[in-house]
Ligand binder design. Structure first.
Ligand code: 7TS
Length: 403
């Protein structure tokens, strides 16, 4: 497994332990080379020029769309809209679908584990349309029961917006079951796939997702490119989110008709190099394979959980089962603020995330203000886990505790 590391130039400095992969992954050379190749060989404004370079740039961009469609198992490439990231994808759904379909008293259901990106857009809909926001509440280990799902989805539910994998607990929510129950109630299902797409094979048709949002930068691709899958029947009847160049069919002084899906949702010059780089990241992930990714993450998580159990003063959040973490381990060190823990670890070149992880309602639910989070990916090693725990074991002493 570790031979993959050689493709990641930033990981060649062995002093560093990068355990903040849930914030953003690292990129293999294949991805940065692809971006360079686009700019050095095919660069022109895509979708508008009638000359060779522009045609090549357009092909790169549209082939990337097909690659994302295949990756998510969408029925058609046109069901993929390129955005900047998961946040923009979810805002697109909220502004375009949400505002045009919600009425006063309609219910939107999210989960208590949501990242703010899959919460604030729905709060906006609630404020603008007089809709009502409801929350699935999880078991202490982060799992969701069918009983809880059924108790929150009613005939008033119009949208169920669910994060597939929690960025704090790493737990995978039962999206297929949620979609089945939501569809029976006549609601659409919006899935925040920011933390799932890098770790597990996603099939939007099999899951029954109506919308599925992902970020390129969390799955080996560049920053500034993400995607939204939407079911074609829904996308076709939705109004545009942003307006301007490239998303029109015909414009008069007073009015405009819009381009077909997906271009209706891609106003302005697109991030073709980003899309091309994202496709290179997807090609790389395919080479590694999700079975191998999950296996390595589970192995590392099991090792980390076992060692943390042996350390005094550590509280771990989430499941005891290493298979239910997607490589994410969230914890606290008794008596130490997570920011202090992270800063002390940084002196040893250990990179973890500390704070509220943009999931404040979840932290309130867990009864904490902040936590530390180590998030591992397939290129991390058991040696790094051991070294990380060794460094962590010294943190309390650094802060003046006897042990
Ligand atoms: N949804 C989830 C579940 C996330 O974890 C994140 C980012 C987002 C949405 C937003 O993604 P973006 O690409 O639009 O920014 N999560 C994190 C994190 O856990 N640490 O830094 C960013």
């Amino acid at each position: 497994m570790n031979n993959w590391r050689a493709d990641f130039p930033i990981l060649s400095d062995e002093r560093y332990i990068y355990f903040d992969n849930a914030a953003t992954s690292q990129r293999p050379k294949q991805v940065t080379d692809a971006i360079t190749r686009f700019y050095e060989q095919d660069n022109a404004n895509p979708l508008r020029g009638l000359y060779e370079w522009s045609v090549r740039a357009t092909d790169d961009y549209e082939n990337a769309r097909s690659a994302v469609a295949e990756f998510l198992h969408a029925k058609k490439a046109e069901e993929i809209i390129f955005t900047r990231n998961t946040t923009e994808s979810l805002n697109l759904v909220a502004y375009s679908y949400g505002l045009s379909h919600l009425n006063e008293g309609d219910e939107i259901v999210v989960c208590i584990t949501e990242h703010h990106s899959n919460l604030l857009p729905w709060q906006m809909c609630v404020k603008k349309k007089g809709a009502v926001l409801k929350f699935f509440e999880t078991e202490p280990d982060g799992t969701l029961t069918e009983e809880e799902i059924r108790s929150k989805i009613t005939e008033k539910t119009k949208i169920v917006a669910i994060g597939h994998v929690s960025n704090v607990l790493g737990v995978t929510h039962p999206v297929k079951k949620i979609a089945q129950i939501a569809h029976e109630a006549g609601a659409v299902v919006v899935v925040d796939g920011a933390q799932s797409a890098p770790h597990i094979a996603v099939d939007v048709q099999e899951l029954g997702a109506d919308f599925y949002a992902i970020s390129g930068h969390k799955m080996l691709g560049p920053m500034g490119i993400g995607a939204l899958y939407g079911r074609m029947e829904l996308l076709e009847e939705m109004p545009p989110f942003l307006t301007g160049g490239e998303m029109i069919e015909f414009v008069t002084r007073e009015d405009a008709t819009y381009a077909e899906v997906p271009h209706k949702f891609e106003a302005g010059t697109v991030n073709a190099a980003g899309a091309y780089g994202m496709a290179a990241g997807i090609a790389y992930l395919k080479q590694v394979g999700f079975d191998a990714i999950m296996q390595q993450e589970e192995k590392l998580t099991a090792r980390l959980l076992a060692q943390l159990k042996e350390l005094p003063h550590i509280t771990v959040y989430g499941s005891e089962d290493p298979a239910k973490h997607s490589g994410i381990v969230t914890f606290n060190v008794e008596g130490c603020h997570p920011h202090d823990v992270s800063s002390i670890l940084d002196e040893d070149h250990v990179c973890i995330r500390a704070g509220h992880h943009c999931a404040q309602p979840l932290l309130q639910y867990l009864g904490v203000n902040a936590t530390c989070r180590a998030s591992m990916y397939f290129y991390n090693t058991e040696e790094e886990v051991d070294r990380f725990v060794e460094k962590l074991a010294g943190v309390r002493k650094e802060l003046g505790y006897g042990s």
